[in-house]
Design a protein around this ligand. Structure first.
Ligand code: 13P
Ligand code: SF4
Length: 317
Protein backbone atom coordinates (compact mmCIF):
# COMPACT_ATOMS: atom_id res chain seq x y z
CA UNK A 1 0.00 0.00 0.00
CA UNK A 2 1.41 3.38 -1.06
CA UNK A 3 0.91 6.02 1.64
CA UNK A 4 -1.03 9.08 0.43
CA UNK A 5 -1.65 7.59 -3.04
CA UNK A 6 -5.08 8.44 -4.48
CA UNK A 7 -6.22 4.92 -5.36
CA UNK A 8 -9.83 5.99 -5.94
CA UNK A 9 -8.97 8.58 -8.63
CA UNK A 10 -6.61 6.14 -10.33
CA UNK A 11 -9.26 3.41 -10.35
CA UNK A 12 -11.76 5.86 -11.88
CA UNK A 13 -9.23 6.88 -14.54
CA UNK A 14 -8.38 3.27 -15.46
CA UNK A 15 -12.05 2.32 -15.41
CA UNK A 16 -12.93 4.77 -18.16
CA UNK A 17 -9.68 4.16 -20.10
CA UNK A 18 -10.29 0.40 -20.13
CA UNK A 19 -14.08 0.57 -20.53
CA UNK A 20 -14.51 -1.37 -17.29
CA UNK A 21 -17.48 -1.55 -14.96
CA UNK A 22 -17.25 -2.16 -11.21
CA UNK A 23 -20.12 -4.18 -9.77
CA UNK A 24 -20.36 -4.38 -5.97
CA UNK A 25 -22.51 -6.39 -3.60
CA UNK A 26 -24.24 -4.71 -0.64
CA UNK A 27 -21.91 -6.56 1.75
CA UNK A 28 -18.87 -4.62 0.53
CA UNK A 29 -17.47 -1.78 2.64
CA UNK A 30 -18.88 1.73 2.14
CA UNK A 31 -15.85 3.05 0.23
CA UNK A 32 -16.22 0.27 -2.35
CA UNK A 33 -20.00 0.72 -2.61
CA UNK A 34 -19.40 4.42 -3.34
CA UNK A 35 -16.76 3.63 -5.95
CA UNK A 36 -18.87 1.04 -7.80
CA UNK A 37 -20.85 1.78 -10.96
CA UNK A 38 -23.59 -0.44 -9.64
CA UNK A 39 -24.38 -1.86 -6.19
CA UNK A 40 -26.97 -4.59 -5.80
CA UNK A 41 -28.04 -7.97 -4.50
CA UNK A 42 -27.01 -11.15 -6.28
CA UNK A 43 -30.00 -11.11 -8.65
CA UNK A 44 -29.55 -7.49 -9.73
CA UNK A 45 -25.79 -8.01 -10.13
CA UNK A 46 -26.28 -10.97 -12.42
CA UNK A 47 -28.84 -9.00 -14.45
CA UNK A 48 -26.35 -6.16 -14.73
CA UNK A 49 -23.53 -8.50 -15.81
CA UNK A 50 -25.78 -9.95 -18.52
CA UNK A 51 -26.61 -6.52 -19.93
CA UNK A 52 -23.38 -4.50 -19.64
CA UNK A 53 -21.52 -3.33 -22.73
CA UNK A 54 -18.25 -2.85 -20.81
CA UNK A 55 -15.17 -4.84 -21.92
CA UNK A 56 -14.12 -5.64 -18.35
CA UNK A 57 -16.33 -6.51 -15.37
CA UNK A 58 -14.52 -6.05 -12.08
CA UNK A 59 -16.50 -7.81 -9.40
CA UNK A 60 -16.36 -6.47 -5.86
CA UNK A 61 -18.00 -9.44 -4.24
CA UNK A 62 -17.31 -13.13 -3.85
CA UNK A 63 -16.19 -15.75 -6.33
CA UNK A 64 -19.55 -17.35 -7.12
CA UNK A 65 -20.89 -13.89 -8.08
CA UNK A 66 -17.93 -13.22 -10.39
CA UNK A 67 -18.34 -16.70 -11.90
CA UNK A 68 -22.02 -16.00 -12.55
CA UNK A 69 -21.00 -12.79 -14.32
CA UNK A 70 -18.51 -14.74 -16.47
CA UNK A 71 -21.14 -17.35 -17.35
CA UNK A 72 -23.54 -14.60 -18.42
CA UNK A 73 -20.90 -12.56 -20.22
CA UNK A 74 -18.41 -15.17 -21.49
CA UNK A 75 -16.73 -12.82 -23.97
CA UNK A 76 -15.86 -10.26 -21.32
CA UNK A 77 -12.88 -10.21 -19.03
CA UNK A 78 -14.23 -10.78 -15.51
CA UNK A 79 -11.87 -9.84 -12.68
CA UNK A 80 -12.07 -10.66 -8.98
CA UNK A 81 -9.58 -8.69 -6.84
CA UNK A 82 -8.96 -11.63 -4.46
CA UNK A 83 -9.51 -15.23 -5.53
CA UNK A 84 -9.77 -16.25 -1.85
CA UNK A 85 -13.08 -14.40 -1.64
CA UNK A 86 -15.11 -17.60 -1.48
CA UNK A 87 -18.34 -18.43 0.34
CA UNK A 88 -18.89 -20.91 3.16
CA UNK A 89 -22.25 -21.81 1.69
CA UNK A 90 -20.85 -22.54 -1.79
CA UNK A 91 -18.07 -24.56 -0.09
CA UNK A 92 -20.66 -26.69 1.69
CA UNK A 93 -21.78 -28.20 -1.63
CA UNK A 94 -19.09 -30.11 -3.50
CA UNK A 95 -19.83 -31.42 -7.00
CA UNK A 96 -18.94 -35.04 -6.19
CA UNK A 97 -21.32 -35.12 -3.18
CA UNK A 98 -24.04 -33.21 -5.00
CA UNK A 99 -24.00 -35.64 -7.93
CA UNK A 100 -24.53 -38.46 -5.42
CA UNK A 101 -27.40 -36.54 -3.74
CA UNK A 102 -29.14 -36.05 -7.11
CA UNK A 103 -28.69 -39.76 -7.89
CA UNK A 104 -30.15 -40.75 -4.51
CA UNK A 105 -33.18 -38.52 -5.11
CA UNK A 106 -34.13 -39.27 -8.72
CA UNK A 107 -36.91 -37.58 -10.67
CA UNK A 108 -36.58 -34.24 -8.88
CA UNK A 109 -36.05 -30.84 -10.48
CA UNK A 110 -32.81 -29.38 -9.18
CA UNK A 111 -33.30 -25.80 -7.96
CA UNK A 112 -30.00 -24.31 -6.87
CA UNK A 113 -29.26 -21.10 -5.06
CA UNK A 114 -26.83 -18.83 -6.92
CA UNK A 115 -24.35 -19.21 -3.99
CA UNK A 116 -22.69 -22.23 -5.63
CA UNK A 117 -19.73 -23.00 -7.87
CA UNK A 118 -20.12 -23.03 -11.66
CA UNK A 119 -19.82 -26.82 -11.53
CA UNK A 120 -22.87 -27.10 -9.24
CA UNK A 121 -24.82 -24.74 -11.50
CA UNK A 122 -24.00 -27.00 -14.42
CA UNK A 123 -25.68 -29.87 -12.51
CA UNK A 124 -28.85 -27.81 -11.93
CA UNK A 125 -32.13 -27.32 -13.77
CA UNK A 126 -32.76 -23.81 -12.57
CA UNK A 127 -30.96 -21.25 -10.42
CA UNK A 128 -32.53 -18.88 -7.92
CA UNK A 129 -31.41 -16.07 -5.63
CA UNK A 130 -32.89 -15.03 -2.31
CA UNK A 131 -34.93 -12.40 -4.21
CA UNK A 132 -36.76 -14.88 -6.39
CA UNK A 133 -36.47 -18.35 -4.76
CA UNK A 134 -40.17 -18.53 -3.83
CA UNK A 135 -41.29 -17.32 -7.28
CA UNK A 136 -38.97 -19.75 -9.06
CA UNK A 137 -40.30 -22.73 -7.11
CA UNK A 138 -43.90 -21.51 -7.57
CA UNK A 139 -43.30 -21.26 -11.32
CA UNK A 140 -42.82 -25.05 -11.48
CA UNK A 141 -45.83 -27.37 -11.92
CA UNK A 142 -47.52 -28.09 -8.57
CA UNK A 143 -46.74 -31.81 -8.54
CA UNK A 144 -43.07 -31.40 -9.49
CA UNK A 145 -40.71 -32.84 -6.88
CA UNK A 146 -37.77 -30.63 -6.10
CA UNK A 147 -34.20 -30.69 -4.78
CA UNK A 148 -33.15 -27.41 -3.20
CA UNK A 149 -29.47 -26.66 -2.53
CA UNK A 150 -27.30 -25.65 -0.82
CA UNK A 151 -28.80 -23.44 1.93
CA UNK A 152 -31.00 -25.40 4.34
CA UNK A 153 -32.48 -22.27 5.89
CA UNK A 154 -33.50 -20.68 2.59
CA UNK A 155 -34.72 -24.14 1.49
CA UNK A 156 -36.85 -24.44 4.62
CA UNK A 157 -38.20 -20.90 4.09
CA UNK A 158 -39.16 -21.75 0.48
CA UNK A 159 -40.73 -25.03 1.59
CA UNK A 160 -42.88 -23.23 4.18
CA UNK A 161 -43.92 -20.57 1.68
CA UNK A 162 -44.76 -22.91 -1.19
CA UNK A 163 -45.80 -26.17 0.51
CA UNK A 164 -43.94 -28.09 -2.23
CA UNK A 165 -42.27 -31.49 -1.99
CA UNK A 166 -38.65 -30.38 -1.49
CA UNK A 167 -35.52 -32.35 -0.51
CA UNK A 168 -33.11 -29.88 1.03
CA UNK A 169 -29.30 -30.01 0.96
CA UNK A 170 -27.77 -29.48 4.39
CA UNK A 171 -25.63 -26.37 3.79
CA UNK A 172 -25.39 -23.09 5.69
CA UNK A 173 -23.78 -19.68 5.62
CA UNK A 174 -21.37 -18.95 8.49
CA UNK A 175 -22.68 -15.38 8.79
CA UNK A 176 -26.43 -15.96 8.87
CA UNK A 177 -26.16 -18.95 11.22
CA UNK A 178 -24.42 -16.79 13.79
CA UNK A 179 -27.30 -14.52 14.80
CA UNK A 180 -28.48 -15.05 18.34
CA UNK A 181 -32.23 -15.09 18.91
CA UNK A 182 -31.68 -14.32 22.59
CA UNK A 183 -29.51 -11.27 21.85
CA UNK A 184 -31.94 -10.05 19.17
CA UNK A 185 -34.84 -10.23 21.64
CA UNK A 186 -32.75 -8.46 24.28
CA UNK A 187 -32.06 -5.66 21.78
CA UNK A 188 -35.77 -5.53 20.96
CA UNK A 189 -36.47 -5.03 24.72
CA UNK A 190 -34.14 -2.02 24.66
CA UNK A 191 -35.68 -0.67 21.44
CA UNK A 192 -39.31 -1.84 21.56
CA UNK A 193 -40.28 0.12 18.42
CA UNK A 194 -37.56 -1.51 16.34
CA UNK A 195 -38.70 -3.82 13.55
CA UNK A 196 -36.76 -7.05 13.10
CA UNK A 197 -35.80 -7.56 9.45
CA UNK A 198 -34.20 -10.82 8.44
CA UNK A 199 -32.45 -12.45 5.46
CA UNK A 200 -33.97 -15.87 4.60
CA UNK A 201 -30.56 -17.54 5.13
CA UNK A 202 -31.12 -17.08 8.90
CA UNK A 203 -32.27 -19.97 11.06
CA UNK A 204 -35.98 -20.61 11.70
CA UNK A 205 -36.11 -19.21 15.29
CA UNK A 206 -34.72 -15.88 14.00
CA UNK A 207 -37.08 -15.90 11.00
CA UNK A 208 -40.00 -16.55 13.36
CA UNK A 209 -39.55 -13.23 15.18
CA UNK A 210 -39.13 -11.24 11.95
CA UNK A 211 -41.39 -8.37 10.96
CA UNK A 212 -40.08 -8.78 7.44
CA UNK A 213 -38.00 -11.41 5.61
CA UNK A 214 -36.25 -10.72 2.32
CA UNK A 215 -33.11 -10.57 0.22
CA UNK A 216 -30.67 -7.71 0.79
CA UNK A 217 -32.43 -5.67 -1.93
CA UNK A 218 -35.84 -6.42 -0.42
CA UNK A 219 -34.65 -5.42 3.09
CA UNK A 220 -33.30 -2.17 1.70
CA UNK A 221 -36.54 -1.45 -0.11
CA UNK A 222 -38.53 -2.28 3.02
CA UNK A 223 -36.63 0.19 5.21
CA UNK A 224 -37.24 2.85 2.55
CA UNK A 225 -40.98 2.29 2.17
CA UNK A 226 -41.90 1.39 5.74
CA UNK A 227 -43.01 4.11 8.13
CA UNK A 228 -40.96 2.71 11.04
CA UNK A 229 -37.95 4.55 12.42
CA UNK A 230 -35.73 1.80 13.81
CA UNK A 231 -34.66 -1.63 12.52
CA UNK A 232 -32.76 -4.62 13.87
CA UNK A 233 -31.00 -5.91 10.75
CA UNK A 234 -30.28 -9.66 10.64
CA UNK A 235 -27.96 -9.94 7.68
CA UNK A 236 -24.38 -8.92 6.91
CA UNK A 237 -24.05 -5.33 8.21
CA UNK A 238 -22.60 -3.98 4.91
CA UNK A 239 -26.19 -3.40 3.81
CA UNK A 240 -26.64 -0.84 6.58
CA UNK A 241 -24.37 1.54 4.64
CA UNK A 242 -26.97 1.76 1.83
CA UNK A 243 -29.87 1.91 4.30
CA UNK A 244 -28.26 4.92 6.02
CA UNK A 245 -27.49 6.53 2.68
CA UNK A 246 -31.08 6.16 1.47
CA UNK A 247 -32.79 7.01 4.77
CA UNK A 248 -30.34 8.74 7.11
CA UNK A 249 -33.02 9.72 9.66
CA UNK A 250 -33.73 6.12 10.64
CA UNK A 251 -31.79 3.94 13.09
CA UNK A 252 -30.29 0.60 12.03
CA UNK A 253 -29.04 -1.85 14.64
CA UNK A 254 -26.95 -4.82 13.46
CA UNK A 255 -28.43 -8.05 14.87
CA UNK A 256 -25.92 -9.42 17.40
CA UNK A 257 -24.09 -12.71 16.78
CA UNK A 258 -23.93 -15.50 19.41
CA UNK A 259 -20.36 -14.57 20.27
CA UNK A 260 -20.34 -10.83 20.95
CA UNK A 261 -16.52 -10.68 20.77
CA UNK A 262 -15.96 -12.13 17.30
CA UNK A 263 -17.48 -9.70 14.77
CA UNK A 264 -18.61 -12.86 12.98
CA UNK A 265 -21.78 -11.39 11.52
CA UNK A 266 -19.43 -9.83 8.96
CA UNK A 267 -18.73 -11.96 5.89
CA UNK A 268 -14.97 -12.50 6.07
CA UNK A 269 -14.93 -13.45 2.37
CA UNK A 270 -16.69 -10.27 1.21
CA UNK A 271 -14.38 -8.20 3.37
CA UNK A 272 -11.27 -9.58 1.62
CA UNK A 273 -11.94 -7.08 -1.18
CA UNK A 274 -10.31 -3.70 -0.58
CA UNK A 275 -9.86 -0.51 -2.60
CA UNK A 276 -6.12 -1.27 -2.96
CA UNK A 277 -6.84 -4.76 -4.30
CA UNK A 278 -9.33 -3.29 -6.78
CA UNK A 279 -6.63 -0.88 -7.95
CA UNK A 280 -4.02 -3.60 -8.58
CA UNK A 281 -6.62 -5.91 -10.11
CA UNK A 282 -7.73 -3.30 -12.64
CA UNK A 283 -4.15 -2.22 -13.33
CA UNK A 284 -2.86 -5.76 -13.97
CA UNK A 285 -6.16 -7.14 -15.27
CA UNK A 286 -5.88 -10.13 -12.99
CA UNK A 287 -6.86 -12.30 -11.18
CA UNK A 288 -9.25 -13.23 -13.96
CA UNK A 289 -12.15 -15.68 -13.69
CA UNK A 290 -11.70 -18.66 -16.02
CA UNK A 291 -14.28 -21.41 -16.36
CA UNK A 292 -14.01 -24.57 -18.46
CA UNK A 293 -16.04 -24.09 -21.66
CA UNK A 294 -18.28 -27.16 -21.19
CA UNK A 295 -19.15 -26.12 -17.61
CA UNK A 296 -19.70 -22.53 -18.68
CA UNK A 297 -22.09 -23.52 -21.47
CA UNK A 298 -24.05 -25.96 -19.31
CA UNK A 299 -24.23 -23.60 -16.33
CA UNK A 300 -25.64 -20.82 -18.49
CA UNK A 301 -28.92 -22.63 -19.23
CA UNK A 302 -30.28 -22.78 -15.64
CA UNK A 303 -29.23 -19.16 -15.02
CA UNK A 304 -30.95 -18.01 -18.22
CA UNK A 305 -34.04 -19.89 -17.11
CA UNK A 306 -34.00 -17.96 -13.83
CA UNK A 307 -33.50 -14.60 -15.56
CA UNK A 308 -36.34 -15.35 -17.93
CA UNK A 309 -38.72 -16.14 -15.06
CA UNK A 310 -37.49 -13.15 -13.07
CA UNK A 311 -38.26 -10.89 -16.04
CA UNK A 312 -34.78 -10.43 -17.44
CA UNK A 313 -34.31 -6.71 -16.91
CA UNK A 314 -37.56 -6.04 -15.13
CA UNK A 315 -38.07 -4.22 -11.85
CA UNK A 316 -36.26 -5.54 -8.76
CA UNK A 317 -38.48 -7.40 -6.28
P1 13P B 1 -28.57 -11.60 -1.73
O1 13P B 1 -29.20 -12.55 -2.68
O2 13P B 1 -29.58 -10.98 -0.84
O3 13P B 1 -27.71 -10.63 -2.44
O4 13P B 1 -27.64 -12.43 -0.76
C1 13P B 1 -26.43 -12.93 -1.17
C2 13P B 1 -25.69 -13.55 -0.09
O5 13P B 1 -24.58 -13.98 -0.23
C3 13P B 1 -26.37 -13.68 1.18
O6 13P B 1 -25.52 -14.17 2.11
FE1 SF4 C 1 -21.51 -16.70 1.34
FE2 SF4 C 1 -22.63 -16.15 3.66
FE3 SF4 C 1 -20.73 -14.56 2.74
FE4 SF4 C 1 -23.15 -14.61 1.57
S1 SF4 C 1 -22.66 -13.92 3.63
S2 SF4 C 1 -21.18 -14.64 0.55
S3 SF4 C 1 -23.70 -16.77 1.81
S4 SF4 C 1 -20.49 -16.72 3.33
Amino acid sequence: MRQGYDYISEIKRMRSEKNAVILAHYYQTGDIQDLADFVGDSLALSQKAASTDADIILFAGVRFMAETAKILAPDKKVLLPDMNAGCSLADSCKAKDFKKFIKENPGRTVVTYVNTTAEIKALSDIICTSSNAVDIVNSLPKDEKIIFAPDRNLGNYVLNKTGRDIKIWNGTCHVHEEFSLEAILKLKDEFPDAKIIVHPECELPVRMVADFIGSTAALLKYTGNDNGKCYIVATEPGIIYQMKKNNPDKTYLPAPPRDSTCGCSECSFMKLITVQKIYYCLKNEKPEIKIRKDILDTARKPIDRMLEISGKFGPQK
